[in-house]
Design a protein around this ligand. Structure first.
Ligand code: MN
Length: 232
């Protein structure tokens, strides 16, 4: 297994409120929101707590559920006691690769994708107004990508004391490529282009660089964060 990650502030914003985590076999992206530096604080809490509550190899789904619940509670707690942090929150998409199985814990509109046999498939649902319209078949993927309300998310960590967490798992195969990314990437670059970039190189670092460059070439209106894992 080879993994790489990169985050970039983009071409417009002054602060990067995204964050990522790379452990031995645990990977994550987070996209923080909130005034001033609160978004950065929220995504920073998520990444710090993933690092501190290291996955010990047992019960990946239980661990994902527990650690993401704790992150939610901690962000909510800090937002409640510090007026400057009121309303802060973050998305979080966490991937565990354990043997030939992958596990995902997910809240918000960051995404996990699987590239297998040249085909790209989104593994997560977007917890956004547009994501729900897409799921109900009201919008096409292309319409969703340019929808004016595409940035309104319906689920985040830190907003409420409790949160629903999407947990899923799948078998992995040699040659699989998994991409975790924040919406700065997916609002700028189409699924087909993501697939082409992931297929264009055997080096996950180079894939990360090309993905970020592409988002910035199209305006870089948001922070962009990517984690790329090549399974072997
Ligand atoms: Mn974003």
């Amino acid at each position: 297994m080879q993994a790489a990650a990169r985050t970039d502030v983009g071409m417009v914003r002054e602060q990067n409120e995204d964050a990522f985590y790379i452990g031995d076999n645990v990977f994550a992206v987070a996209d923080g929101m909130g005034g001033h530096d609160a978004g950065e604080v929220a995504s920073g809490i998520a990444v710090r707590m993933l690092r501190e509550n290291k996955f010990n190899g047992a019960d990946p789904e239980g661990w994902l559920r527990a650690v993401i619940s704790e992150i939610n509670a901690e962000i909510f707690r800090q937002a409640s006691i510090n007026p400057g942090y009121a309303g802060m929150g973050t998305t979080l998409t966490v991937l565990i690769i354990e043997g030939n199985r992958a596990y995902l814990g997910h809240v918000g509109d960051s995404r996990a994708y699987l590239l297998r046999d040249g085909m790209l498939r989104q593994l997560t649902d977007d917890h956004s107004v547009v994501g729900e319209l897409l799921k109900r078949g009201v919008l096409t993927r292309e319409e969703a990508r340019f929808h004016p309300q595409r940035n309104i998310i319906t689920r985040a960590l830190g907003t409420f004391p409790q949160v629903d967490i999407d947990i899923s798992s799948l078998d992995t195969r040699v040659g699989d490529r998994v991409l975790l990314c924040t919406d700065g990437l997916t609002s700028a670059v189409s699924d087909q282009e993501l697939a082409d970039i992931l297929l264009s190189t055997h080096d996950p670092n180079q894939a990360c660089n090309t993905l970020i460059d592409e988002a910035n070439k199209r305006g870089g209106y948001d922070n962009t964060t990517v984690v790329v894992v090549y399974c072997s």
